[in-house]
Each structure stands twice: as C-alpha cells, then as structure tokens.
Design a binder for this molecule. Sequence first.
Ligand SMILES: Nc1ncnc2c1ncn2[C@@H]1O[C@H](COP(=O)(O)OP(=O)(O)OP(=O)(O)O)[C@@H](O)[C@H]1O
Ligand SMILES: [Mg+2]
Length: 269
Amino acid sequence: MQNNFSIISSFDSDAPFFTEFRRLILKIKNCSIDSEIKTLMVTSAILSEGKSTISALMSLTAAKENGLKTLLLDADLRKPSIHKLFGISREKGLSDVLTEGFDPKDAVKKTEIDKLDIITSGSYVKNPANVFDAEAISFMLDGMKFYYDIIIIDTPPVLPVSDPLLLSSKVDAIAYVIKAGSTSRDVVSRGLDILSTSKHKIIGTILNNSNSSLPYFYDYRYIGYHYESDKPLSKPSIINPEKKMRKKNKNNSDSQPAAQSIMKRTDNI
Ligand SMILES: Nc1ncnc2c1ncn2[C@@H]1O[C@H](COP(=O)(O)OP(=O)(O)OP(=O)(O)O)[C@@H](O)[C@H]1O
Ligand SMILES: [Mg+2]
C-alpha cells in the first residue's frame, strides 16, 4: 500500500544533522585502508531506537549530498518500515527474492533522487525467522555491489532476534544506533556483546535523539561541532565515544556507562 508521505520531502541539506550525516558517510567511505566499505548494516540493541529513520536519512544524504550511487535495503522482515518512510509499496522486495527466487535487480525501486534506489522488505511472510537467509542475502549483496557505491541495510534489533547477528558476518561494516536517554547501559552493552563476533566491523555508534535527553556536555556544541543554527532539537548526532567519555568522566567520575564498552569496540568515527 502506498501513502503520500515521503521522507525525501523532509530533506533539508542546510539542517545541522545532514552535515553530520555527510561527515559520517565520508568517514565510512574513507575509514578502511584494506578494502572499501560497500555494505553497511544499521542495527541497535532494542526496538524503536531510530534504525530505520537513520538508515533512510543516511541513504538520502549519501545519494544527494555525497553523490554516491546508493541502495537502501530493508532487511527487517518483521517490522519493515522503509516503504512507509518513502511512501512506496513494500511488495516485490527482499522476501520475494528469498522465497520466490525473484531477481534482485527486478526488486529495485527507483526514487525521485537519481542516485537512490530501494529494495523494500517484500511481501508479508508468516515466519520471518524461516525466510531470513543471511547466505542468500550475502549472495544477493555480492551481485548488487557492482552497481552501487554503498548499500545501506536496515535491520531488526539484535536483542530480540538473531537476523542482524547472522547478517553481521556478511557485511563490511556495522553502525550501532543508541537512543539517548532511553536505552540503558546494560542493554547497549548486551547488544554489543551479541555482536562480538563481528565487533571489528562496528565502525561507530550513532546517538539518536541526543539533545533532548542528555546532559549539556553531550550537546554537539561541546563535542566540537559548531553550527549556525540550533535546529532541530531531536537530531541524530554522530558521536565520538572516546571524546564524550572523557567529558563525561570529568563531570561524573563514578559513572561506568555503556559508552566505555562501545569505545573498546569502535574505531574513530
Ligand atoms: N531523532 C528523532 N527525533 C524524533 N523522532 C524520531 C527520531 N528518530 C526516530 N524517531 C521516531 O521514533 C520512531 C521509531 O523510529 P524508527 O522506526 O526509525 O526506529 P527503529 O529502530 O527502526 O524501530 P524498529 O526497531 O521498530 O524497527 C518513529 O516514529 C520515528 O519517527
Ligand atoms: Mg525499523
């Protein structure tokens, strides 16, 4: 089913958080010396931390601002939302590729942005656990890599289901979303522990909803980002965990936040 809303209409390249997304994409494309990052999985510990929103915004930025030929893949067969965000039909997507042998190239949906294509989650499946096949997705991604500069993959959270863990071994890199002020340290750490076999692929954390919930020293103005405008309040911000921890520890020497475990597991994003 289609609706009229599309996240594309919310794209404002002057908004501060798009500058952060632009930086993030640049860093992702430049951070690996050995091999180029082509497939990036976006996940989090639990539900509703902002994975789909951030996957969509990152894809928009990569295509529109960084000029990268971008594919956004909705690999959340349980609670798919990329089709809703872009106001397109979910049918003929990933689940159809996995169950019907549908050609992935025929599942690609063009968008009004020249360099942005989408593969939606596909037709409803009763048992996503039985359908989700990381090997088959990996095979599909290998074929699609040829056509794209970057493939951004929206996935379910790691604590409730095993899909992202299975996929983590097949992607080049992982971005871990944390909903600030909402997800507890233990939960964040547990999610990272689950991903531990692929911990070297976690290239960074994305702190979502940061301004409205964190103390002042988490504010982007205090972590080295300076903008002309203060909008919007609940922006996603790309954090440098090490820098933030130094600031946090300075202000609260008793704290042992989850960001410490993130630091151990991330490179410098
Ligand atoms: N920075 C933000 N500011 C305000 N609202 C946000 C922000 N990020 C996400 N949201 C809202 O929070 C809700 C959950 O976001 P989203 O669907 O992206 O999360 P998710 O992690 O993909 O969820 P799920 O685990 O169900 O797939 C949505 O209604 C979205 O619009
Ligand atoms: Mg989602």
